[in-house]
Design a protein around this ligand. Structure first.
Ligand code: DX5
Ligand code: ZN
Length: 223
């Protein structure tokens, strides 16, 4: 099994979005990771439903929507209607997380919960069986191109253990600072989904980088 590869378009040139999405559509990327930022939960502001709707029209790949916004409950159906297949909210802004997860499922999307680097995985124990995905932030959310926080590796292992203990099915997604230098270690620790922005789009040959990531699973050490 190779990792599920979810390129993030956050730091790309949005005036070229059509060709970026076409490049991903024709590439070995599995999902497209879309970072929605509100300038309140995180310091940066990115894009919203309209852009996602336009991307939806141009690709058949699943859209993996990472909401870095306060009050995500108010917008879940709108993101689903825009074309989100997976909707991930942040634990840190959801006082009624169980209800939020139910709303995502009611909308028809898969439900994910993201944890900031300081948030322990234990907070998910009582909802883990409801989740389709847990996103471990391996940088502080807000910007692409940051340095991977190495404590994320043991955190992925602890999450994997929690999922096994609770007999849950959630995929482990890891987001931030992943590149060819550490993708193998992240995958070996137990990650199922690798988000990659800078490492793909600042590369001369994004397609070749994506191919290399998809080949990781062929290493018999990690099968
Ligand atoms: C950061 C975003 C990430 C980011 C990843 O807040 O959630 O998805 O775009 O970009 P890289 O791979 O450059 O860290
Ligand atoms: Zn993200």
């Amino acid at each position: 099994m190779s990792p599920i590869l979810a390129p993030s378009i956050l730091n790309t040139d949005y005036t070229q979005l059509g060709s970026t999405i076409q490049l991903l559509q024709d590439s070995p990327a599995d999902w497209i990771h879309l970072d929605v930022m509100d300038g309140s939960f995180v310091p940066n502001i990115s894009f919203g439903m309209q852009l996602i709707k336009d991307i939806r029209r141009r690709t058949t790949k699943p859209l993996d929507v990472h909401l870095m916004i306060v009050h995500p409950d108010q917008h879940i159906q709108a993101f689903r209607d825009a074309g989100a297949d997976v909707i991930t909210v942040h634990y840190e802004v959801c006082p009624h997380l169980h209800r939020t997860i139910e709303s995502i499922h009611l909308s028809g999307a898969k439900a994910g919960v993201a944890l900031n680097p300081h948030t322990p995985i234990e907070v998910l124990r009582d909802v883990i069986e409801l989740l389709d995905l847990v996103l471990i932030m391996s940088v502080n959310p807000g910007f692409g191109g940051q340095k991977f926080i190495y404590q994320s590796i043991p955190k992925i292992k602890r999450l994997k253990q929690l999922i096994t203990e609770e007999n849950a099915k959630a995929l482990i997604e890891v987001d931030g600072g992943i590149g060819l230098h550490n993708a193998e270690a992240v995958f070996a620790a137990g990650a199922d989904v690798l988000v990659m922005g800078n490492a793909i789009f600042s590369d001369q040959d994004p397609e070749a980088t994506m191919q290399k990531i998809k080949q990781l699973g062929r290493n018999p050490l990690f099968v």
